[in-house]
Design a protein around this ligand. Sequence first.
Ligand code: SF4
Length: 341
Amino acid sequence: MSDRVGWLVERLVAFYRGSQRDLPWRHTRDPYAIWVSEIMLQQTQVDTVVPRYGRFLAEFPTLQALAATTETRVCEAWAGLGYYRRARHLHQAARLMVERHDGCLPQDVDALRALPGIGRYTAGAIASIAFGLPAPIVDGNVERVVARLEAVAGDVRRPPEVTRIWQFAAALVETAAKPGELNQALMELGALLCTPRAPRCHECPVRDECAAHGQGRAESFPNVAPATTRKRMRIAFAWIETTRGIWLTRRPLDGLWAGLWELPSAPAAKLLRERFGGNPRRITQVAHQLTHRDVVATIYRTTAAPPRRSATLQPFRDPLSAPLSGLARKAVQAVLSNGGQ
Ligand code: SF4
């Protein structure tokens, strides 16, 4: 343990003990209740979680109670928190723990990460707070605090900087007598003092060892490179409707939307005409965002002769029941809400 790391841990813990907010999940040692709070807090503000957390635990007081109920009931109890995928994952994970872990949360970071809805951050939070394991966690608050303490110059989204920040968080938590307390102290510092704008360095317990503060430019960190310019992509979809249904094609098993179904397509209307013949008539247009691209898809009704059915080209009486790509689902919904015209 370096002197600096030991000093930081001592100051952070003292700050946490004196300044922590009174939040309901800080009154429990029950790993189940701590897990529920961590999942709720993943994409939702503390103020929104507080009133719903108690109600959720009153309805499902144990992991067994959660596993025994239906997914629909869990989603109803999740109302107001949004991102319902988290509720479904919570329910699936509860059932898996009943089947594989005797109805308990596993006391192991890798086993926690193997459960639905638990990533590196959440596994570290549960392991350290519920079980006292020296597992680091890096959320937005911790990333900012560490980037400032260390004056990390590079883009914090790049792998070398990500590794450096996780390693520093690991060095801190491995030094702490109570790992859960140290992790919460780092997050609390980020939430209360080391805020994205106008950090309150004059009140900060670790300012004497903060490199960014020492350089007089705390707000320059963390460095996040601006997003790369987004590319635009145009695509033409064919709406081929026969007595057997709407024709869909299956995408290759690798790459984007692997194995999902979509309307037959071409990069442009002209190519669509060449591929399907006839005189395609424009029905409607939809826009869709991918990570680095904006896609605009125009859907054309074609007068092509019925295609030959194959493993990757088939008619669907209810195309929305097929496993569609996100873009194809939007396109099909747009045409159907147009009355298919
Ligand atoms: Fe953040 Fe300022 Fe404290 Fe450094 S001194 S950790 S920048 S609040």
